[in-house]
Ligand binder design. Structure first.
Ligand SMILES: Nc1ncnc2c1ncn2[C@@H]1O[C@H](COP(=O)(O)OP(=O)(O)OP(=O)(O)O)[C@@H](O)[C@H]1O
Ligand SMILES: [Mg+2]
Length: 253
């Protein structure tokens, strides 16, 4: 199974925008990529059932058509914590449908980008949390750090927890979600010094955060350092997909 699990420092830190950008970046490098949002809350009603905006965007960015129910096996209407939404719907979130959907989607692509829900330790039931999903799928983790006051603490705690669980932290991406952010460069330098994982991109706040624009700020060359130090975390990414930038950096902003 080839894929990556995208977690973040918080809800609204930019997981979806970065997941779409990762998909676009790898698609440009020749990979057939699909996206997945295993658990989603805040879904809109539709004749086919609840539909989540993140899942629909991941579906639309995919290199091939995929059934909605595989992209988003658990969809809940209220915009509340997943285990509470599930309990209200009389549903218990379990790993089997998620693993089954992941396997089915894997058959039709080279890589799967799986977006978490909320942050890393969000409960999904009385016995299950978001961080159990990448373990069940055996996926390395990419951490999106939404740059704002408080993100250093969230980022360090999240990285610590990922490592304590034995998951490979493949890298982190700084995402400029706050156009008014102060001391951004110093925060990024602090993250680089304290997060023992490669930085795969520093994305500024963009007026139009479309995947292709964000993808231009992603880079994967640190995943192929000459000493091969990170290869263990990325045994499944062919070298050709790690090379080069998606397009020249800069969007005029
Ligand atoms: N680099 C950026 N520049 C400008 N706006 C951004 C950037 N990254 C994210 N945003 C905006 O911030 C908001 C939150 O981003 P996003 O939906 O990707 O977060 P999320 O972590 O996926 O949230 P959720 O927890 O709901 O899944 C969105 O409106 C998105 O367009
Ligand atoms: Mg999202």
């Amino acid at each position: 199974m080839r894929g990556v699990f995208v977690t973040g420092t918080d809800t609204n830190c930019g997981k979806t925008e970065i997941s779409l950008a990762l998909m676009a970046a790898w698609q440009t490098r020749g990979a057939r990529v699909l996206g997945m949002k295993p658990v989603a809350c805040g879904c809109d009603p539709s004749p086919q059932g609840p539909r989540n905006a993140d899942a629909l965007r991941l579906l639309a960015q995919g290199s091939a058509a995929a059934p909605y129910d595989l992209v988003n096996p658990y969809a809940f209407s209220p915009p509340i914590a997943p285990h509470i939404a599930a309990a209200r719907a009389g549903v218990e979130i379990t790993l089997d449908p998620i693993v089954g959907a992941y396997r089915a989607l894997s058959a039709g692509c080279d890589l799967l980008v799986v977006e978490g829900v909320g942050g890393w330790r969000v409960p999904l039931s009385s016995t299950l949390s978001v961080n159990d999903i990448p373990t069940a799928l055996d996926l390395p983790v990419i951490l999106v750090v939404g740059l704002k006051l408080g993100c250093l603490n969230h980022a360090l705690l999240t990285a610590e927890s990922i490592r304590a669980q034995g998951r490979p932290l493949a890298g982190w991406i700084a995402n400029g979600i706050d156009p008014e952010l102060q001391a951004g460069d110093e925060n990024i330098a602090t993250l680089a010094a304290l997060l023992d994982a490669p930085c795969l991109g520093v994305i500024p706040w963009l007026e139009r955060p479309v995947p292709e624009a964000l993808a231009g700020f992603l880079h994967f060359e640190f995943l192929e350092r000459p000493d091969g130090a990170n290869d263990a975390a990325w045994p499944w990414i062919p070298a050709s997909w790690r090379k080069g930038r998606t397009h020249s950096v800069g969007t005029g902003q």
